[in-house]
Design a protein around this ligand. Structure first.
Ligand code: BG6
Length: 501
């Protein structure tokens, strides 16, 4: 059954930025087209640049057209979305735009003759969060319609949620001064990806899986988030953030938590989030001295991607010519609990890789079989591997051995494959559409938690501290379009294993 959404106001701070253009506007458009959003709602873009309501609508139209074109879709219902869009110019640090928002938002309440639920979406660079939260509170916008009489407001915050453990804690404290936890929606869109949500179904709706999902049967797990793309126009954002904060602290940890959490007692947000946090609390931190052995960082230089010559990271727009920001990370970690003790998890992420692929490879142990002893099936190459393809070619496959047809008895590796495209014949739901709807209906299941981020920030901050102690890295150390730095291969090969992707 489709959710029923009533009239809402969404104030997007950072409305002229990349996220609004690539994700939020196309998601709103698609939800409206699917008939999930009501006819009348209010989206107010807030940003520094001068726009009128009308010129902002034109800008948004361009962004939606661009996104639709990339999916071979046509713009069909623009007028329906357009009439619900508004713009408020202002600097996030000034009081004025918030005062104007108070008036604008009350005019919406008057039009509908009701207190409309307000969503404040922080899609700005993280350094603006504190100012915005301060003004939301002092202007009482955070208190919603009636300014104090109602708590019908919610705040959605994009990652990176802080710069390290300490700044994340300060941000949490500030949020807690203004909003209750049930009003806070911390976004890590990987938690809402269809294929990642499906990990729970795969594991717990199919009982046989759970019986082999532990250290008795699993040799190692590899979680990879590779992108062929570079940083595009996001140099200003990416500089000083880097791959560890941009992808490891959140997206890779989201995949790790779904892969390793215990079965939640129910489908409630608190049970599911609780189990995610529980396993993250068992992450073994990599101490400063171990960082050089267990973590590899890299930065791309110029190279060829998809037959095209591309610039190195240091040549990208808004990037320092001697930047030490990492665009690649590979690391090995352990989870200290009964289920996963002794199983290494190898996590990797990188930009400008030879291809875009996000996947989780679970490699099973390969004990000697008595019957098949003469086939020497004990090496790494002969292991059974279960691959969850998060994107593209979404699906799950299992590599196993079969008797090759013929008069002699030979074994051959084959694949059992589930693909969303063939099984469901419909598009995968976009994670931002899911997140917007869930925030609107007040379901926090697929949103990150303060405690979970606390654990992942602790893990990441120790690595950052370890890097501070090391001599500056010799960047660039991998070519765009390659498989990443050679040290990453050494990281896994030292253990007698190899990357499966
Ligand atoms: C974002 C990161 O959170 O996730 C980007 O900031 C990255 O650097 C993106 O490209 C990847 O998301 P997706 O959904 O395209 O895999």
């Amino acid at each position: 059954m489709q959710p029923m959404i009533s009239t809402f106001v969404m104030v997007i701070f950072g409305a002229t930025g990349d996220l609004t253009a690539r994700k939020l506007m196309p998601a709103l458009y698609s939800l409206l087209e699917q008939g999930i959003l009501p006819d009348r709602f209010f989206v107010v873009g807030v940003a520094r640049r001068e726009f009128t309501h009308e010129s902002f609508r034109e800008l948004m139209k361009e962004t939606v057209i661009k996104e639709l074109r990339s999916k071979n879709l046509e713009l069909r219902i623009w007028e329906k979305l357009k009439k619900n869009l508004y713009y408020q110019q202002g600097f996030f640090e000034d009081k004025e735009p918030y005062e104007k928002l108070v008036d604008l938002l009350s005019s919406f309440d008057k039009e509908i003759a009701a207190c409309i639920t307000r969503f404040f979406y922080l899609a700005t660079p993280p350094q603006n969060y504190s100012q915005i939260l301060k003004h939301l509170s002092s202007s009482k916008l955070s208190e919603g319609c009636g300014q104090g009489s109602s708590k019908w407001t919610r705040v959605l915050i994009e990652k990176p949620f802080g710069k390290d453990q300490e700044t994340a804690r300060l941000l949490e404290e500030q949020l807690a001064r203004t909003f209750e936890d049930r009003q806070i929606y911390r976004i890590d869109h990987y938690l809402a990806k269809e294929t990642i949500q499906n990990i729970l179904a795969f594991r717990f709706a199919n009982r046989f899986v759970e019986d082999i999902w532990n250290n008795k049967h699993i040799d190692n797990v590899q979680i990879t988030l590779f992108e062929a793309g570079g940083i595009g126009n996001r140099g200003k954002f990416y500089e000083g953030v880097g791959a560890l904060r941009d992808a490891v602290q959140n997206h890779l940890m989201a995949m790790l938590s779904y892969t390793t959490m215990e079965e939640p007692a129910s489908f409630t947000a608190s049970d599911i989030r609780g189990e995610r946090v529980k396993v993250l609390s068992k992450l073994r931190c990599i101490e400063k001295e171990e960082v050089k052995n267990l973590v590899v960082r890299g930065q791309y230089g110029a190279g060829m991607v998809g037959g095209r010559q591309v610039a190195g990271y240091r040549e990208e727009k808004d990037v320092a010519f001697d930047s030490l920001t990492e665009t690649y990370v590979a690391l090995k970690l352990f989870i200290d609990n009964d289920c996963w003790s002794g199983v290494p998890f190898y996590l990797r992420t990188g930009k400008r890789m030879s291809k875009s692929a996000v996947q989780i490879d679970v490699q099973f142990k390969n004990p000697q079989s008595k019957l098949y002893r003469e086939f020497k099936l004990t090496s790494d190459e002969h292991a059974n591997v279960l691959t969850i393809r998060v994107q593209p070619k979404e699906g799950i496959s299992l590599k196993f051995f079969a008797k090759a047809p013929g008069l002699t008895y030979n074994l051959s590796p084959v694949n059992m494959d589930f693909s969303y495209l063939t099984s469901f014949k419909r598009d995968i739901t976009d994670s931002y559409e899911k997140l917007l709807i869930d925030a609107m209906v007040g379901d926090q299941t697929l949103f990150a938690t303060s405690a979970g981020f606390g654990h992942t920030w602790e893990f990441v901050t120790k690595i950052l501290k370890g890097w501070e102690k090391q001599p500056p890295p010799k960047f660039p150390n991998y070519e765009a379009g390659s498989a990443g730095p050679k040290e990453a291969d050494e990281l896994i090969e030292r253990d007698g294993r190899r990357w499966l992707l």
